[in-house]
Design a protein around this ligand. Structure first.
Ligand code: ATP
Ligand code: MG
Ligand code: MG
Ligand code: MG
Length: 564
């Protein structure tokens, strides 16, 4: 590709409405242009990166046995009414009517469409397992579209859906996708972490998010610094907060404090007005209470989590101790994996009332907190034991305290269970000839977001520093003098590289060297081969590694042999 004939309109200045670096650089490097809020056109360079990301995704999905299809962007309302999501999904779902007054939406995701396909087509368990995927344009009417491709309204997603005859099979499908995602994000050259996640609007009961680690990420994750384990903030919060029963104020939050237990002490520790502390409650860090119930907000969530993560060396307290400290409804914290019998033994003579609640475990057997009812509506979590709660598969827990860091969600895998197959009656005949609902999973990757996330991780003051996997071109041949002998040489090198299968671009524009260096650095091609009159007079071309900044010289004669 010759830049003189290419369309990559670079900008010298940062565009005013771009807040994060990837957005700025993609606009400045001429990769994308905004059409309207959250909706972008991919220009040639941007499209090349997008396609490279999509190609790696496709290769690994194929390798994992998934089959590519392409579903429509426009979806009929009645499918969404069947699952209840027409109401539930809210304003992110863009709805409209056709000339016959029939309602539709622009697909933000495709569970309904793919389940509809399966219920009509797949009749026997013998046709399972099946995993169908697509790379397709989604529309979500995001409340705050921003950061360019990171949070668009129209964006490219890879979404896959697995169908199994039972949960056992679904776990195999889930694992295959989890592993494929690890391969994809590694091949894309991203520093990422898979974290445990809540299932949110999609539902189901098992979920991991793949987070690219970057300060500009909108998500907070709790990550273990010494092992692979991580959880997203919602998941961590699900283990942490006070949950109130219907009719009570949902904004009450539980905050862990290191041993402070009067209202004043807690307020001072949290740097909030004492009036915001609803009450101080419980319990259990080496005989000291560690929590307060606070009228919560977003900012306090962060404080809360940090504190919880700092609260270490938790020991069990007896109900008597807790009662003595708090003079409040007794919450009882037990470590992970505590089952009902153990709790009963510890609580000895205490009656577990009907209002006893167990939370953050699928069942009582692995609940790790129990609220013994006295009079209150409050469920308490053993957040102080979060680091233990938090550690799960696939690496055994290491026990190190988790750290909070920012992340960009680039992928998400869910085990959906029967949510959609039940609502839409998607079943197959099993070995005994009986109807059985299919067990589903779904797996998304934000393909366009991946490109932005990569830039968030790979840039400097001069521009993008693409890893080869996502670079629009791997090598830029920069000719500093397009009128004389260097051009012929540059063209020869460019032709040779292209012949070798290297994705090369030739900067043959009639521009000053300063302009070329700036543009080429900005666009972020991993390698630059620079040909100028002076160098050629010495018989050399200069090679620059954009990512390390390292420069070296190669001979013009025998360049082919010397270039690796
Ligand atoms: P987010 O939490 O960022 O809103 P999500 O959890 O709503 O994302 P999913 O429903 O899990 O998104 O969709 C799968 C993937 O699609 C996400 O992991 C993300 O990479 C991508 N994605 C979601 N929303 C957007 C968006 N508005 N712009 C770009 N990519 C997106
Ligand atoms: Mg979302
Ligand atoms: Mg999310
Ligand atoms: Mg998600």
């Amino acid at each position: 590709m010759k830049l003189s004939r290419y369309y990559a309109p670079t900008l010298k200045e940062d565009p005013a409405d771009a807040e994060v670096v990837s957005h700025k650089l993609m606009l400045r490097a001429g990769m994308i242009r905004k059409l309207t809020s959250g909706i972008y056109t991919f220009l040639p360079l941007g499209l090349r990166s997008l396609n490279k990301a999509a190609r790696i995704v496709r290769e690994e999905m194929d390798r994992a046995g998934a089959l590519e299809i392409l579903m429509p962007g426009v979806q009929p309302a009645d499918l969404w009414q069947e699952t209840g999501r027409w109401e539930y999904y809210g304003k992110e779902l863009l709805r409209f009517k056709d000339r016959h007054d029939r309602a539709y939406c622009l697909g933000p995701t495709h569970e309904e469409v793919v389940t509809d396909l399966i219920r009509h087509e797949v009749r026997s368990y013998r046709q399972l397992p099946l995993n169908l995927y697509q790379v397709q344009t989604k529309f979500r009417d995001e409340i705050r579209p921003r950061f360019g491709l990171m949070r668009g309204r129209e964006f490219v997603m890879k979404d896959a859906y697995s169908f199994d005859k039972d949960e056992e099979g679904a776990l195999v499908s889930y694992k295959a996708m989890y592993d494929a995602y690890c391969r994809i994000f590694s091949r894309l050259g991203l520093r990422f972490r898979a974290v445990e996640a809540d299932t949110g609007a999609i539902g189901g009961n098992y979920s991991h998010e793949f987070m690219v680690l970057a300060d500009t990420g909108e998500d907070t994750i709790a990550a273990c610094p010494s092992c692979e384990y991580g959880a997203n903030l919602e998941k961590a919060e699900a283990m942490l907060p006070v949950k109130t029963k219907p009719g009570n104020c949902p904004e009450h939050k539980l905050v862990a404090t290191p041993g402070a237990h009067t209202v004043e002490e807690v307020a001072a520790f949290l740097k909030v007005e004492p009036a915001r502390i609803v009450k101080t409650l419980l319990y259990v860090a080496d005989g000291k209470p560690v929590a307060a119930l606070v009228r919560g907000d977003r900012e306090l969530n962060e404080v809360k989590l940090k504190n919880a993560l700092n609260a270490q060396d938790v020991a069990l307290a007896t109900p008597e101790q807790v009662q003595a400290w708090t003079k409040a409804p007794v919450g009882f914290a037990g470590p992970v994996g505590l089952n009902a019998d153990v709790v009963k033994t510890i609580l000895a003579d205490r009656e577990l009332s009907q209002d006893t609640d167990w939370i953050t475990g699928a069942n009582k057997a692995d609940a790790h907190f129990l609220h013994v009812d006295l009079d209150d509506d409050v469920l308490l979590t053993n957040y102080a034991d979060l680091r233990n709660v938090a550690c799960g598969d696939p690496c055994p827990r290491c026990g190190a305290p988790l750290e909070l860091t920012k992340g960009i969600e680039v992928g998400h895998v869910f085990k959906l269970g029967y949510k959609y197959s039940e609502a839409m009656k998607a079943s197959v005949l099993d070995e005994q000839g009986k109807d059985r609902l299919v067990y589903m999973g779904c797996y998304g990757i934000g393909v366009s977001r991946v490109v932005a996330a990569c830039i968030e991780q790979n840039h400097d003051g001069a521009g993008i520093k693409f890893p080869p996997a996502l670079a629009p071109f791997e090598v830029a041949v920069v000719c500093l003098d397009v009128k004389g002998e260097p051009l012929a040489k540059a063209e020869a090198i460019y032709a040779w590289l292209t012949g070798q299968g290297v994705e090369a671009v030739l900067d043959d524009r009639d521009e000053r060297p300063g302009v070329k260096f700036k543009d080429i650095d900005l666009m972020g091609f991993p390698f630059q081969i620079v040909l100028g009159g002076k160098g050629l007079a010495r018989g050399i071309v200069e090679v620059k590694d954009r990512r390390t900044g390292e420069k070296s010289e190669l001979p013009v004669e025998g360049f082919e042999a010397a270039f690796t």
